[in-house]
Write a protein that binds this ligand. Structure first.
Ligand code: FMN
Length: 243
């Protein structure tokens, strides 16, 4: 029986020791497909998912994760990678999709002129404005501009190179949560890890310099002692603010 969303949220724990039982790779792949359905900034989908099943690569990755238990005993690993550098390609995918959709709607007699114009401006002008930078310098120019315009009206302020990195990683993290909950739904366990030597991870996966590792997720089926402690959260009243 599949779990409900709430049941999957309750079931998911960071599991650090896995049983020596193989996972159904197709099922894990389907959970990665669910990851791609996560909400993400401007639908740019600046991500890649490396599903590692090969034993030698798993060993190398474990070493790059400092051989922490969640890596050492993982049966599969999924590396969630932020690909800010792919913005041109992903913007084009979006625009091609939208143009095609508008063409079809136009044939049905729907007036799409305004939406077409807005979409073109969004993916041909706004996205390049956000994602183009040169050694971080353009970002400071954009920041200054947004500061002065922002004195008079609301303006988008996440324009620095570092802001764009955060934007990209946020979306990848949402995909990671989709993945972990999908795994929980079918009784598979996970542990997200940022404790790794990301340079080494990139080298193992043959990733280019500009790719960034958001997190590595160890996967398997929990051993009896795989969850280290009872779930702990700070009191809800400390974090819930009703306005
Ligand atoms: C971004 C991120 C990085 C994490 N890195 C590690 C890690 O390197 N090693 C580890 O054992 N757990 C890691 N965790 C797991 C957290 O320690 C865990 O989520 C937290 O203690 C809450 O426990 P729970 O996941 O069982 O609810 C990470 C979690 C997140 C979200």
């Amino acid at each position: 029986m599949l779990k409900t969303v709430s049941e999957a949220i309750e079931y998911r724990r960071s599991v650090r020791k896995y049983l020596d039982i193989q996972l159904d790779e197709e099922k894990v792949k389907n959970c990665i497909k669910n990851a791609t359905l996560a909400p993400n900034s401007s639908n740019m989908q600046l991500w890649e998912f490396y599903h590692v099943t090969d034993i030698e690569t798993l060993k190398k990755l474990s070493k790059a994760c400092f051989d922490q238990n969640a890596a050492k005993t993982a049966i599969n690993m999924v590396v969630f990678v932020a690909r800010r550098d792919k913005w041109k390609e992903r913007a084009k995918y979006n625009l091609d999709f939208l143009e095609d959709m508008f063409d079809k709607q136009e044939k049905k007699g729907i007036d799409v002129e305004r939406r077409r114009k807005v979409s073109r401006r969004y993916y041909k002008k706004l996205m390049p404005t956000i994602y183009t930078d040169f050694l971080g310098i353009v970002g400071y120019y954009k920041k200054l501009l947004s500061f002065f315009i922002g004195l008079f009206r609301p303006i988008y302020r996440e324009v620095l190179f570092s802001d764009v990195r955060v934007i990209t990683h946020k979306s990848v993290a949402l995909a990671a949560e989709n993945f972990m909950l999908s795994m929980a739904e079918i009784g598979y366990d996970t542990c997200p890890m940022e404790g790794s030597d990301t340079n080494r991870v990139k080298k193992i996966l043959n990733l280019p310099r500009k790719a960034e590792i958001t997190m590595i997720i160890g996967c398997g089926i929990r051993a009896d002692n795989g969850v280290y402690s009872e779930r702990f959260r700070v009191p809800f009243e400390r974090v819930y603010k009703k306005i």
